[in-house]
Write a protein that binds this ligand. Structure first.
Ligand code: ATP
Length: 235
């Protein structure tokens, strides 16, 4: 579904990604794990072309997206949930969700997706008239994921969904990520610092160090890999 070939991304003179190659098949949950500053967020930003790579090729559903603008990427079905949630705090929950469906014209489909979201996260239905900024951190993460779902993603890019949330809330959100993958048939690219949780959620994983991919395997094999255990799982 998505192929990254020799992606090199820079911030000025600093090279953040070095010849990154990755592949995601339709229906998969893949995860990218790595330490602070390894280049995980930059990988997502390179795919959504918010930070366009300096060289390399990215194809999505067999089409090159190398020259596309970020809004075109969204209309292709690649939707990113940014780190730190970034919902619109003064807009209500409903208005935030409407923003997610901004590019859509299929009113009945939008209504159906809204019902699906309120079923996934009933708390959002209860709070639909409240400003997004009044929600708890966990509820804001639910809203950020839901806003992305309203855009009907083919590929959902999730950046650190567990960041700053209580363990019980994290558990709930990760259960829902699996549900979105299995029920909603959405392919998911999950970036996480919580490697244990990420590898228990994903089918396959990549490990990134200093902007380069150093390992890739099934999530189960990575969970049992001695180097991964000592560097990322604290075992
Ligand atoms: P974290 O988990 O802390 O978000 P990460 O793995 O997502 O880390 P990135 O945020 O992609 O890592 O950062 C990769 C490298 O690029 C780091 O060395 C970082 O300092 C650098 N970097 C990131 N954003 C910028 C920026 N806006 N300007 C300059 N350098 C940046």
């Amino acid at each position: 579904m998505l192929k990254l070939k020799n992606i090199n991304t820079f911030y000025g003179k600093i090279q953040a990604l070095k010849d990154v190659c990755m592949e995601i098949s339709q229906g998969e949950i893949i995860t990218l794990i790595g330490a602070n500053g390894a280049g995980k967020t930059t990988t997502l930003m390179s795919i959504s072309r918010i930070i366009p790579p300096r060289s390399g090729d990215i194809t999505f559903m067999d089409k090159s997206i190398n020259e596309m603008s970020p809004d075109k990427i969204v209309s292709c079905g690649i939707i990113q949930v940014p780190e730190g949630r970034r919902i619109f705090p003064i807009l209500t929950v409903s208005e935030n969700l409407d923003m997610g469906a901004f590019l859509r014209k299929d009113k009945s489909g939008i209504k159906k997706d809204l019902e699906y979201i309120f079923d996934l996260f009933p708390i959002l239905a209860q709070r639909r008239h409240q400003p997004g900024g009044n929600l708890s951190g966990g509820e804001q993460q639910m809203l950020a994921i839901s806003r992305a779902l309203m855009a009907r993603p083919k590929l959902l890019l999730l950046d650190e969904p567990s960041l700053g949330l209580a363990p019980l809330v994290v558990k709930r959100i990760f259960e829902t990520i699996i549900k979105i993958n299995t029920e909603h048939k959405t392919t998911i690219f999950l970036v996480e610092q919580n490697a244990n949780l990420a590898l228990k959620t994903a089918h396959r994983g990549y490990v990134m160090e200093n902007g380069a991919i150093t390992l890739s395997d099934t999530a189960d094999n990575l969970l049992n890999n001695e180097a991964v255990k000592s560097a990322y799982l604290g075992i």
